[in-house]
Design a protein. Structure first.
Length: 212
């Protein structure tokens, strides 16, 4: 799946919360307007990189996302070797190296789906949907790799008061990130659309596994 909307859609308006749209649905109508709402991906482990080396940071970030040692990224894990040869500074290369069929140590086969979303193609609705479905992501910002584990957003309403027509839309305010280089308070990082530079946000990578 690709999301062909502009970067402004991520940080300002998106009329769809899920594929097919929820802006006009009973779900959207039931939301409280103009009130920040936080959603987090639950049950993610707090994994710290063994060193400041980009490959160690990538491995720790992947361990956080998959939270299954048989999948990634320790000895004999399905994705350990692929993660080592991936360019830790390129989400696109990480996606290419990890996507496809892999074998677990017991011989079972899994398939990794990699959804790389370039910075100019990110949209708020699909991003919120992925977090609601408990999918964390890799994100590059300020030349660093982070785990995106939550968002803060609100519902807004626009329309013509004379006709009574209105559309409810999601507005993302903040991206909640973890920096695998640290285990202390520096681990928690926030991208704030009102203060941070959009041009330094380089893209997202969602990774999922399924038996094959």
């Amino acid at each position: 799946m690709s999301y062909r909307l502009t970067m402004s859609s991520l940080l300002f308006l998106s009329p769809c919360l899920f594929a097919g749209g929820l802006a006009g649905s009973s779900y959207a109508q039931g939301q409280v307007l103009n009130q920040d709402k936080e959603i987090l991906v639950p049950r993610l482990p707090a994994v710290t990189a063994h060193s400041q080396d980009p490959s160690d940071i990538l491995s720790a970030s992947l361990e956080t996302i998959f939270h299954d040692p048989d999948v990634c990224c320790g000895t004999n894990s399905a994705l350990g070797d692929s993660a080592l040869v991936a360019d830790a500074k390129s989400l696109k290369d990480i996606a290419e190296k990890l996507a496809g069929r892999h074998l677990l140590s017991d011989g079972r086969s899994i398939r990794v789906t990699a959804q790389y979303v370039a910075s100019d193609a990110i949209s708020g609705g699909p991003l919120i949907a992925m977090v609601l479905h408990e999918h964390a992501a890799l994100i590059q910002w300020n030349s660093h790799l982070y785990v995106l584990h939550g968002v803060i957003y609100r519902w807004t309403e626009s329309g013509d008061p004379t006709t009574g027509s209105a559309t409810r839309m999601t507005v993302i305010h903040k991206l909640l990130l973890w920096d695998a280089r640290f285990s202390d308070s520096r681990r928690d990082v926030v991208f704030d659309r009102t203060t941070d530079d959009l041009s330094k946000l380089r893209g997202l990578l969602f990774l999922q596994t399924a038996p094959q």
